[in-house]
Design a protein around this ligand. Sequence first.
Ligand SMILES: NC(=O)c1ccc[n+]([C@@H]2O[C@H](COP(=O)([O-])OP(=O)(O)OC[C@H]3O[C@@H](n4cnc5c(N)ncnc54)[C@H](OP(=O)(O)O)[C@@H]3O)[C@@H](O)[C@H]2O)c1
Length: 315
Amino acid sequence: MNRRDLLGSAVALSAATMSRVSTGRTARKIAPAASAGGAASSAAPISRRIPSSGEEIPVIGLGTSRTFEVGVTAAEREPRRAVLEAFFAGGARLIDTSPMYSTAERVLGELLTPEMHARAFLATKVWTRGARAGIEQMTHSEQLLRAKPLDLIQVHNLLDLDTQLATLREWQAAGRVRYVGVTHYTVGGQADLERVVSRERIDFVQLNYSPVTRAAERRLLPLAAERGVAVLVNRPFEDGGVFVRIRGKPLPALAADLGAASWGQLILKFIAAHPAVTCIIPATASVEHLEDNLAAGRGRLPDAREREAIAAALG
Ligand SMILES: NC(=O)c1ccc[n+]([C@@H]2O[C@H](COP(=O)([O-])OP(=O)(O)OC[C@H]3O[C@@H](n4cnc5c(N)ncnc54)[C@H](OP(=O)(O)O)[C@@H]3O)[C@@H](O)[C@H]2O)c1
């Protein structure tokens, strides 16, 4: 049984059942989805392989910028707890955060239950200058997220790239982090990402891509595929701006063909259908939106003609 089948069928297993899956790097303990919080959907999420290891992760993940940057009150924490419960119950795994996002790492670390931890693929970043400051920041992230080793640490916006990458390579060799990557969030940053992907041996590149910002299709996405680098997609909804753009627009007819019930699902299906994309990380503090986003990662994805129709419909 491959990893995707394993995750799909895991919902049928008892909560006590745990499976150990060899990833080609560090073995990961994968708890069944249903044990991490409530009822899970019966349809298996679409998964993608991380090229450097062969490990599979569901194509829809979760971002935490702003949405998890909250305080300690129950009114702030409960909606985020509910989002995490729905996320794991839906079979998802990858959560992206950063020390740049004020309280997000702490909030995440405090809300993740041991069962969620067993399934989670936790991605954070290093965002500082200097080797010593980088080590201190990454050590603090391990403590806040209560995860050692962390699954992925990325050099945030390529800040002090060579220094931080050198430390990350040492950590990876020592088994202190499973995967290493880099991020940026603008089209202007993509030429720099291309240089890093061409030159360096990294596991992940995180970039911005959506049906209305398709610059990454020209060089960066094909390059990542060619170099065997996994792709995380940030800002899939243009930081929420895409919903302002399409307010009041009816869904095109092809949405029904794809089993997509919302513009959000159509947008995520467009992105997920690009073969270089490994995981998309939309941010939300709403269970309704989270479930909408997870639904995009099940069922059929658009073909080339349908992708163009989605982009055209967004205008
Ligand atoms: N340099 C970097 O490394 C970098 C830069 C940018 C982003 N990122 C990562 O990428 C993640 C995603 O990017 P982002 O947070 O900038 O923006 P985004 O995911 O494009 O958009 C988030 C916004 O969309 C709304 N939303 C989410 N799902 C929705 C749905 N189904 N229907 C309607 N509205 C929906 C959210 O509001 P609700 O809360 O109301 O759902 C939120 O306002 C970040 O959280 C972060 O983890 C990394």
